[in-house]
Design a protein around this ligand. Structure first.
Ligand code: M7G
Length: 189
């Protein structure tokens, strides 16, 4: 018996390589559209905490390339949570699994149409988990998505998550992007 998901998803992997362009380091792993295929994939790939520095996973809706330039992302942005180095062992793998289950299981309800995909960046300076949405100007939609993002991963209230506009990130000279929305505890700023 196969339990169909509402949509088809594609997993991508990026293996860091300084000698190649960013886009050339990105490769599609597999597409799936059933609960069973999600689990067999998940059970067969390396856990986030065991990947090399610089690696990324991307889980995106089929038809959306996991990059700022895709037409579904070009006016979008991302909810970003940075996972402190000291918390990666305990939390990173669980956060990532909870987020994947929430998106393929359509836990964002009517906001699901606004979601493009989820990203994991394994970085020595702090791993990043993010959720990309396709219209960065829709503050109320994105705020609701941010609340669900935090709740589904069971992120402690005091952790701060920030919504960044892709156009700000892609134009940046430094790695500092002024967030458009911030959630800390119950408050949206
Ligand atoms: P990152 O991997 O998102 O974060 O971006 P990091 O700074 O923690 O490693 C690193 C670099 O990868 C960026 O400065 C870009 O050169 C490239 N890059 C990342 N993304 C998500 C994109 C993208 O969507 N499109 C393009 N063209 N380059 C990207």
């Amino acid at each position: 018996v196969r339990h169909q998901l509402q949509r088809r998803w594609v997993l991508w992997f990026l293996k860091a390589d300084r000698n190649r362009d960013w886009e050339d380091c990105l490769q599609q792993v597999i597409a799936f559209d059933s609960v069973e295929d999600f689990w067999s994939l998940f059970n067969n790939i390396a856990a986030p905490s065991s990947l090399n520095w610089g690696s990324d996973y991307y889980l995106f809706k089929e038809g959306i390339r996991p990059m700022w330039e895709d037409k579904q992302n070009v006016d979008g942005g991302r909810w970003l949570m940075v996972v402190d180095k000291h918390k990666r062992k305990q939390f990173l793998d669980d956060y990532w699994l909870e987020l994947l289950m929430a998106i393929v299981g359509e836990q964002f309800g009517d906001y699901g149409d606004h979601i493009c995909g989820a990203v994991l960046n394994v970085r020595n300076k702090g791993d990043k988990i993010s959720l990309w949405t396709h219209d960065a100007s829709q503050d109320s939609v994105n705020s609701q998505i941010g609340k669900i993002f935090k709740a589904k991963m069971n992120v402690p209230d005091e952790e701060i998550i920030k919504y960044e506009v892709h156009k700000d990130a892609s134009k940046r000279a430094s790695s500092i992007v002024k967030p458009r929305i911030t959630i800390q505890g119950e408050s949206i700023v």
